[in-house]
Write a new protein. Structure first.
Length: 322
């Protein structure tokens, strides 16, 4: 079966192929003999009642000196592709939302979009954890300083973060009695105009912020523990953390079992759970990464597993979410 995949992504010339999960997916698809069509958000448009795009054929090579080559260019409806992988990185702003509307329009016309565009809008990577309170640390979402002070009085050291951040940006660890709390809250909430998330600090962050990849609701059996840099409270690679692969614990498997069925029901074929100690802290659904590190460390083919799930849906479109 000849399959053509569309990859909606940030500029391919700017990616770090050593760590880029989208690139891993492209390599895996190419190994199967599938065709790759490349598009960026600016290539999408709606015309004559159809979501269309400027598409460029692309071939990829696992070589940092030159990892892609463009071929023929065409303008086609997304429904002419077998599947479209939405792999644009945040920020999750209104342009991102508008892009999901265009993708959802294509989906209604019969296109398979991974992940489901509606789920990308509905499942905020911080707030989606509220669906699984049995898995999370004590959590507060508010814009009121008084609420945060009361939460801190109960739980001591706390973590504050914006609801729309990524890579550890805007994350603060605040100890009890810290005189900077009010100004931190002013900054995160824009003086009470925006919500922020507050969680009880989890000391096990010293052992790493574990990224657990989920393929069609099933966890990859190994995770990437991101160890904070000295003096840091953030386990984000973008914030200088180092990575250490390890098997999932029994608790990790339990958390994945709690979240997996809802991911599958929402059409989220690829997600990344962030777990610190025994607690789920985030559910990444936009463009989760860590495929390449885990594949290299444990001889896995995570992108291949994802492509298997996509191939099943291409072969049996009735299983797609309406």
């Amino acid at each position: 079966m000849s399959i053509e995949l569309g990859f909606l992504m940030d500029p391919i010339g700017s990616i770090n192929i050593k760590k880029d999960s989208t690139f891993a997916m492209m390599l895996a698809a190419q190994r199967r003999g599938w065709s790759l069509a490349y598009l960026e958000p600016g290539d999408l448009f709606l015309s004559e009642g159809r979501t269309q795009a400027r598409l460029r054929a692309v071939t990829v090579t696992d070589d940092p000196r030159g990892w892609y080559r463009f071929g023929a260019e065409s303008t086609r409806a997304l429904t002419e592709l077998d599947a479209v992988l939405m792999r644009q990185d945040p920020p999750f702003d209104m342009d991102y939302v508008f892009t999901t509307y265009l993708l959802e329009h294509a989906q209604r016309g019969g296109a398979l979009v991974v992940n489901d565009p509606r789920a990308l809008r509905d499942c905020n990577e911080k707030l989606f954890t509220a669906e699984f309170p049995q898995c999370t640390p004590p959590t507060l979402v508010t814009r009121r300083l008084a609420d945060i002070r009361a939460f801190q009085a109960t739980h001591g050291t706390i973590i504050l973060k914006p609801l729309d951040g990524m890579g550890g940006s805007g994350v603060f660890r605040v100890e009890a009695g810290d005189p900077n709390l009010s100004v931190i809250v002013e900054l995160l909430t824009n003086r009470g105009r925006r919500l922020c998330m507050v969680q009880r600090f989890i000391p096990e962050i010293g052992a790493g912020d574990k990224r657990i990849l989920m393929v069609d609701g099933t966890p990859v059996p190994y995770c990437l523990a991101r160890i904070p840099a000295p003096g840091e409270a953030r386990g984000n690679l973008a914030a200088g953390a180092t990575a250490h692969g390890q098997p999932l614990s029994a608790r990790d498997h339990w958390i994945a079992g709690q979240v997996g069925p809802q991911l599958r029901a929402r059409g989220i074929l690829f997600a990344g759970l962030d777990v610190i100690g025994d607690y789920l802290t985030e559910i990444n659904v936009t463009s989760p990464t860590c495929i390449r590190e885990l594949d290299a460390g444990f001889g896995l083919d995570i992108a291949g597993d994802l492509l298997d799930a996509i191939a099943e849906r291409i072969a049996a479109p009735a299983v797609r979410r309406p």
